[in-house]
Design a protein around this ligand. Structure first.
Ligand SMILES: Cc1cc2nc3c(=O)[nH]c(=O)nc-3n(C[C@H](O)[C@H](O)[C@H](O)COP(=O)(O)O)c2cc1C
Length: 132
């Protein structure tokens, strides 16, 4: 079969070594509920890179704590998050893969204690809260 799956591809100034792309998938693994990268994330993403994905997009990462889908979501709302994300990036790059990240705000679908914020104050459904 003639396939280009394993051939490099260039988008502007970024070249992926193949066309295998891992889509963002929430791992709900910030066990301390602080949005910080844990050893799980490092092992999880490095494993995918070692498996030769060309591009790995990190899971939905909250730009503010009230915008998390769950309290265990990855975060990128504070400088404290830089170090862990940098480590994940380095481990991905070490295998020749490129990395991306999905910036996220769950809005009405935030499932957290306290206030949540969304463009609409209408709850997503009866299981979700009213947003500010
Ligand atoms: C465990 C899990 C977590 C997911 N988390 C996210 C996420 O963080 N952001 C997102 O846009 N999609 C998320 N998705 C959706 C996937 O990225 C993907 O779009 C979906 O599985 C459909 O894949 P397909 O287009 O190959 O059928 C998640 C899917 C799974 C199975």
């Amino acid at each position: 079969m003639n396939t280009k799956l394993f051939e490099p591809i260039t988008f502007r100034n970024v070249t992926l070594k193949n066309r295998i792309v891992m889509s963002p998938m929430c791992m709900y693994s910030c066990y301390n509920q602080d949005g910080l990268v844990t050893p799980f994330h490092i092992t999880h993403y490095e494993s995918r890179a070692a498996g030769q994905a060309g591009l790995i997009i990190l899971e939905a990462s909250a730009v503010q704590p009230e915008g998390r889908i769950s309290a265990e979501d990855l975060g990128i709302w504070s400088d404290e998050h830089i170090e862990g994300l940098k480590q994940v990036n380095q481990r991905i790059h070490a295998h020749g893969a490129k990395s991306g990240i999905q910036l996220a705000h769950a809005g009405r679908k935030a499932d957290l204690e306290g206030e949540i914020f969304a463009p609409s104050a209408i709850p997503f459904n009866e299981d979700f809260k009213n947003a500010k």
